[in-house]
Ligand binder design. Structure first.
Ligand code: PEP
Ligand code: MN
Length: 337
């Protein structure tokens, strides 16, 4: 941490700050200039409340030098984390692009079986689908809950697909455990800290979607909550953020993919369905994600999107899935040697 004193701040104010740094167990290294004093602070500053220093008399600015997240940071772990689901299914590092596909909502047992068989046959490794749906309005379909989890488990067992589905509530964490292979934390819950902590105490992988207005540090700090409790099986997911663009549901922050790779060892996948809100944009954006280094793609697939109970406009049909996967694999061949 670097503390800049205000221009002309008296020496006594700098001395107070130096003492406060010492009291916090860190080592101050002051530089007394003719106009301004700068105090470098040596030691791990992350548990300090910087706002307290900023509130001290004579202090103009306080700048952190360490990243606020530790466990998920590339500094703490040089290699790439590879999340292993068993049976040869892995996400991260140089592993094959993971494909997660399925309907937005698990509408009926027949639907989820049908989608599972189709997406498995086309090469997906994961079946997605919402059993608990976080809908904007309370009158929209909220999901079949545990009943849908039973159907998903059955579909997973029949096809060999791994099941990933959203957990909305800490009270559901234990109940869901035996039905699924991966917990999904949705964008709306990225900063539900009690939920993150509860998932951190489990040994199952977590797919952490980026909040729709989350800054980069907030995204990685949400992952840090899970890691801090002991669960390092975390896969990040960019699903678009809110901007002023006006024409698409969200704006995919493609930059975040290489930035995550630089700053963290965790894998990151892309969700072009929620990111664009349009089935027509899924293929080009999925390809762009792979080109940028994404470790996987999550897509909404429905046999009859016009009849889907949610997100039909961004769901692709089975035959489009062929085209999308073809595009993804062509790009992967070029960028993932
Ligand atoms: C979903 O994947 O079903 C979903 C609701 O996505 P998000 O949390 O990204 O909106
Ligand atoms: Mn959806």
């Amino acid at each position: 941490m670097i503390i800049c004193m205000k221009q002309g701040a008296p020496r006594t104010q700098a001395d107070h700050v130096i003492k406060a740094v010492e009291d916090a167990g860190l080592e101050p290294a002051p530089l007394f200039g003719t106009e301004r004093t700068v105090i470098a602070v040596l030691g791990d500053e992350r548990e300090l409340d910087m706002k307290k220093f900023k509130a001290m008399e004579g202090v103009e600015n306080v700048m952190p030098v360490l990243r606020p997240y530790q466990l998920v940071s590339r500094e703490s772990h040089q290699g790439d984390t590879i999340v292993d689901f068993g049976n040869g299914v892995k996400i991260g590092g140089k592993e094959d692009i993971a494909i997660m596909a399925g309907p937005c909502s698990v509408e009926t047992e027949e639907l989820i079986m049908d989608v599972a068989e189709h997406v498995k046959q086309k090469g997906a490794q994961f079946l997605r689908g919402g059993a608990f749906k976080p809908r904007t309005g309370p009158y929209s379909f909220q999901g079949h809950g545990e009943e849908a989890l039973k159907w998903m488990k059955k579909a997973g067992e029949k096809t060999g697909l791994k099941v990933v589905t959203e957990v909305l509530d800490t009270q559901h964490v234990d109940m869901m455990y035996d039905y699924i292979d991966m917990y999904q934390v949705g964008a709306r819950n990225m900063q539900n800290f009690e939920l993150l902590k509860a998932l951190g105490r489990k040994d199952k992988p977590v797919l952490l979607k980026r909040g729709m207005s989350a800054k980069f540090n907030e995204f990685l700090l949400a992952a840090e909550y899970i890691a801090k409790e002991g669960n390092s099986k975390i896969v990040l997911c960019e699903r678009g953020i809110r901007t002023f663009c006006g024409y698409s549901r969200n704006t995919i922050d493609i930059n975040v993919i290489p930035w995550v790779k630089k700053m963290s060892h965790l894998p990151i996948i892309l969700d072009p369905s929620h990111g664009t809100g349009s089935y027509e944009m899924v293929q080009p954006i999925a390809m762009a994600g792979v080109a940028a280094g994404a470790d996987g793609i999550m897509m909404e697939v429905h046999p009859r999107p016009e009849q889907a109970w949610s997100d039909g406009d961004q769901s692709i049909k089975y035959d489009t899935l062929d085209t999308v996967l073809d595009g993804i694999h062509k790009i992967a061949e070029v960028v993932r040697k």
